[in-house]
Design a protein around this ligand. Structure first.
Ligand SMILES: NC(=O)c1ccc[n+]([C@@H]2O[C@H](COP(=O)([O-])OP(=O)(O)OC[C@H]3O[C@@H](n4cnc5c(N)ncnc54)[C@H](OP(=O)(O)O)[C@@H]3O)[C@@H](O)[C@H]2O)c1
Length: 283
């Protein structure tokens, strides 16, 4: 491994090799995206805050798959990060053929329980950084007439508002709408933009948000493995679909959400939040 986390290409004759930039690659779904695209022969640029994890993963995937991996650490809560990341990528002569916008986390309490700075950071990580990276990546993709963008949204972006998690669903709804628009804008250009809306997926997400115990009470059929989410998403991206909902149970939930009247959906959401508060001993 080189000092900067850049690994040599072991198959120099493979000129058709693509490069995927994956945000939030140090854990969960992002790590699975890295494993999946590496196994498909893509070179990787991995980013997140925990450099040690990224470097271990990068070394492993380079050794296992004979690909080139580059680690560039960054905190997406810093508004300067997307442009700095891009400047480093282009400065190293790298090209992004696949952008996987995935970094994210949850905030569980009610809106006023957090100082504004925490909401500001959240919007930066979950909304602004996603949009800015799309804006940075698209011109090159359009010029080369090839590109894939995957924005990791959530079933929460299709669900009604909740008590707590106030900006989470809103941020994911933003990503869904933005991806749909970009998918239309790029039609026929060789660039595909896809929003993926996973439901409950095994990762570190719920532990980080401090709600693992609560969500562990959810029935098993509601859960997916990250590798299955990733495989369905890759197929949808290649097929040029604007959105994908991985898993039959999640598709069924989305179908119901689409057909329940808005007022009834809010009433159900209020009851569900109250039940969760009871279960967590909050009420
Ligand atoms: N798990 C689910 O049930 C589920 C369902 C629907 C959607 N999603 C979405 O899936 C995406 C990935 O989440 P996950 O489930 O894989 O969670 P995870 O296992 O906790 O991974 C989150 C990733 O995001 C990175 N990240 C968090 N804050 C960051 C920041 N400020 N700057 C840079 N990177 C940051 C983390 O890396 P560092 O901590 O190293 O920075 C980590 O690599 C998120 O967008 C999430 O909203 C998850």
């Amino acid at each position: 491994m080189q000092q900067d986390g850049h690994f040599p290409v072991t198959d120099a004759n493979n000129t058709a090799r693509r490069t995927a930039l994956i945000t939030g690659a140090s854990a969960g779904i992002g790590k699975c995206f890295a494993e999946h695209y590496a196994a498909c022969g893509h070179d990787l640029i991995l980013t997140a805050r925990r450099t040690d994890r990224l470097e271990t993963l990068a070394a492993q995937l380079a050794a296992d798959n004979g690909i080139t991996t580059t680690v560039i650490a960054g905190d997406m809560a810093d508004p300067a990060t997307p442009q700095r990341l891009w400047t480093e990528i282009t400065g190293r002569g790298l090209t992004v053929d696949v952008l996987i916008n995935n970094a994210g986390y949850g905030m569980t309490n009610n809106f006023v329980d957090y100082p504004w700075t925490e909401h500001r950071d959240f919007i930066q990580v979950m909304v602004t950084a996603y949009a800015e990276l799309c804006h940075l990546a698209l011109p090159g993709m359009l010029e080369r007439r090839h590109g894939r963008i995957i924005n990791v949204a959530s079933l929460a972006g299709l669900a009604p508002g909740t008590i707590g998690h106030t900006l989470y669903g809103a941020s994911k709804a933003f990503l869904i709408k933005m991806s749909e628009s970009l998918s239309l804008e790029t039609e026929g250009t060789g660039v595909h933009v896809t929003a993926v809306n996973p439901g409950f997926t095994r990762s570190e997400f719920h532990t980080t948000a401090g709600v693992q115990e609560t969500v562990d009470r959810m029935p098993k059929w509601m859960w997916m493995q990250a590798k299955d989410v990733v495989a369905e998403t890759h197929a949808a991206s290649e097929a040029g679909r604007a959105t994908v909902i991985p898993g039959r149970a999640n598709r069924m939930t989305a179908f119901i959400l689409r057909h329940v009247p808005a007022n009834l959906a809010l009433t159900l959401s209020r009851r569900r939040s109250a039940m969760q508060d009871d279960a967590a001993g909050k009420a």
